[in-house]
Design a protein around this ligand. Structure first.
Ligand code: HEC
Length: 286
């Protein structure tokens, strides 16, 4: 027994060491981005990099539904929620301060997620919650409607700015590696990876949906989704972690916790792959 425990321990130590060694270099990440974006440039030569901000709506295979989307965008259904979020953003806490006071020294919305000087990863949702708590408020659920509205209020200030996540720190590249692993790993009863749907089969149809390309993922989030808002639905907005949960369920895999390490890694990986695609928040999706 003792021997077994010792060898298990040795095994876990080795695993830790292996993870530490596996931090990808800056050049490796750069090469990944180029390869990833070149793949989509080749499969959709008519779609410019910036256009991927509109998700599935830009794909040639979605063209017959695009007119409908464009009509919707004349009077975007999310406007009332954007207005509400902006009001909530500016509503002072009990102490008179507002959310803006916490974001004075933060990077812009298109530069999230970021790693601070202490190696800690920050997302907009996480920073909103820290701010609420620091000012005596009640923590918001990570993927609630209010959290989505507040995140939109912050991120939309940077609409049009290309995604630019800084991966110069080793900590960020460790998150990247975590997300990259998750993205390419098969899971669930259907044994699909994210890449199976959003890279290899992007543009194809699955149960009435056209699969978006992973290039651009994250640039529209939080999104307003017609399906989530249908039939008087009270939850039309979704953070990127809400979307990840839905995608895990699609392949009959148990979803992870919104705000947990698995989805944080994915968010980092997808944002870095979409470097250069401008932010367009909230996106409107079917
Ligand atoms: C069985 C196929 C399938 C798998 C596997 C899958 N998704 Fe999806 N995903 C969809 C469908 C369908 C949609 C809705 C249409 C669209 O936008 O692609 C979607 C939408 C998304 C969106 C929203 C894109 C946007 O701009 O609105 C993101 C982000 C996303 N998926 C990420 C992931 C990630 C990360 C994984 C792996 C954990 C994953 N998906 C696995 C089918 C899948």
């Amino acid at each position: 027994m003792k021997k077994l425990i010792t060898s298990l321990l040795a095994g876990s130590l080795m695993a830790t060491a292996a993870i530490a060694v596996a931090t990808p270099s800056v050049d490796e990440v750069k090469a990944d981005i180029e390869k990833f974006q070149a793949y989509f440039a080749k499969s959709n030569p008519s779609v410019a990099l910036e256009d991927y901000q509109d998700g599935v709506n830009v794909l040639p295979q979605y063209a017959d539904r695009r007119a409908n989307w464009e009509m919707l965008m004349d009077f975007p259904p999310y406007e009332e929620w954007v207005d509400k979020g902006n009001e909530e953003w500016d509503t002072p806490f009990g102490n008179g301060k507002t959310l803006s006071s916490c974001f004075a020294d933060s990077p812009a919305g298109n530069e999230y997620p970021y790693v601070d000087g202490n190696g800690k990863l920050h997302t907009v949702e996480g920073d909103i919650n820290s701010c609420i708590v620091a000012n005596g408020g009640e923590k918001e659920k990570y993927d609630s409607q209010k959290m989505a509205r507040l995140t939109i209020a912050f991120k939309s200030k940077s609409n049009g700015q290309p995604l630019s996540v800084d991966y110069s720190s080793e900590e960020m590249r460790d998150w990247y590696e975590k997300g990259r692993d998750f993205f390419w790993a098969k899971r669930g009863q259907l044994n699909f990876s994210c890449a199976d749907c959003h890279v290899t089969n992007a543009g194809k149809s699955v149960r009435g949906d056209v699969l978006s390309s992973a290039l651009g993922h994250g640039t529209g989030f939080p999104v307003y989704r017609t399906k989530w808002g249908a039939n008087g639905g009270k939850k039309p907005l979704g953070t990127i972690h809400r979307r990840y949960k839905g995608c895990n369920k699609q392949v009959r895999a148990a979803p992870f916790k919104a705000g947990g390490d698995e989805y944080l890694g994915l968010e980092v990986y997808e944002a870095i792959m979409s470097t250069g695609v401008p932010l367009q928040v909230p996106g409107q999706r079917q």
